[in-house]
Design a protein. Structure first.
Ligand code: NAD
Length: 338
């Protein structure tokens, strides 16, 4: 079987991870990645063997830096069947017309609006909605985190209301421009956009979100209160979470007290870039009282959306009709247990 030809537009935090994840699958391959400037990341990509495509007006800069260029972004569009757009938020929409003109499929990321594609994607919740689609959008890291745990709970018990507070990382570890570097910054535009973004995949869900930016780069942390339609037990909810794909239960009592230790666990597991693709839930921090469920979860913003991008390619390119089969295949290739 020939492999689906994939391009990455924007080889940054998400793009470089999706590139490596795609190359680990046996049914798809990276044809090339784009960079706008000849940075260390561009050189690392070339050293890894990726063909580099650049905007027309960047060719000279790459030549001066001694980084080989295979062609322009337009050339990459002609060479692939599907482009995974990992450019910064709101930049992706500029490329939509170019992808359409080239007749290729495209996946956008959570920094773009749902209206750009009309379909938003999560592997477990709505894999089939992107089946054969020309355009789709993998929801943001926070939204992916919320859907990964809320969707299986809603399926099994039904949810009346969700109240979630997102304690967000100030910036990514490799970015020295973001912040705050000391302090906590509440999002005062309420409710925050995260609830509506979850609804782009689970439109029926009543969800209310607030957010605070914190001076950390490692992970986001969510505090979640769920009002269930019926009484449940802590054991029932833990059973659901244990069976849910890409949800990892850990115990605070085992030493995994916070996000620092969780990222250390990523290193211990020998993951590519120490990534933690799963949403991490503290088992000893899950509690049900009557119809109310309380839990905490940590989200590795740099990597949780990576396996979803791989599954989204499979759905859009009609490589595998069964969501669970695609999830298992992606998980196996990335070293994710469940
Ligand atoms: P990033 O800044 O790390 O990487 C973006 C890449 O796109 C860089 O390599 C940059 O050089 C390149 N780029 C910039 N302008 C470009 C242009 N005009 N044409 C082509 N390439 C261009 O950004 P990121 O964090 O990887 O985010 C990418 C997308 O993923 C955004 O939509 C973002 O909202 C979403 N996302 C980010 C995170 C996260 O925490 N970093 C998590 C989930 C989703």
């Amino acid at each position: 079987m020939s492999k689906v030809k994939v391009g990455i537009n924007g080889y940054g935090t998400i793009g470089k991870r999706v590139a490596d994840a795609v190359n680990k699958q046996d049914d798809m391959e990276i044809i090339g990645v784009t960079k706008t400037r000849p940075t260390f990341e561009a050189r690392a990509a070339a050293d890894k063997g990726y063909d580099i495509y650049v905007p027309e007006d960047s060719i000279a800069a790459f030549k001066n830096a001694g980084i080989p260029v295979k062609g322009t972004v337009k050339d990459l569009c002609k060479a692939v069947e599907i482009m995974v757009d990992c450019t910064p938020g709101d930049v992706g929409e500029i490329y939509k017309a170019e992808y359409e003109a080239a007749g290729i499929k495209a996946i956008f990321q959570g920094g773009e609006d749902h209206s750009l594609t009309g379909i938003s994607f999560n592997s477990s919740a709505n894999y089939s909605e992107s089946w054969g689609a020309q355009l789709s959008r993998v929801v943001s890291c926070n939204t992916t985190g919320l859907i990964r745990t809320l969707n299986p709970i809603d399926k099994a018990i039904k949810i009346t209301n969700v109240y979630a507070t997102l304690i967000r990382r100030g910036t990514d570890p490799g970015n020295s421009k973001g912040g705050p570097i000391n302090g906590l910054e509440p999002s005062v535009k309420l409710p925050t956009h995260h609830g509506p973004d979850v609804k782009s995949v689970m439109p029926w869900l009543n969800i209310n979100t607030m957010a605070v930016k914190a001076s950390t780069t490692l992970m986001h942390l969510h505090t979640i209160v769920v009002e269930l339609q019926r009484e449940s037990t802590t054991e029932e909810v833990l059973g659901i979470m244990k069976a849910s794909p890409r949800v990892k239960l850990v115990k605070s009592s085992s030493g995994l007290k916070g996000t620092s230790e969780i990222m250390e666990l990523g290193k211990e597991l020998g993951r590519n870039r120490s990534d933690m693709y799963e949403i991490v839930v503290w088992e000893d921090g899950v509690k049900v009282v009557g119809k109310m469920l309380y839990y905490y979860q940590a989200v590795h913003q740099e990597s949780d959306v990576v396996p979803e991008n791989v599954d989204c390619i499979r759905s859009m390119c009609k490589l595998e009709e069964n969501a669970s089969v695609s999830i298992s295949k992606t998980n196996k290739a990335l070293g994710i247990c469940r």
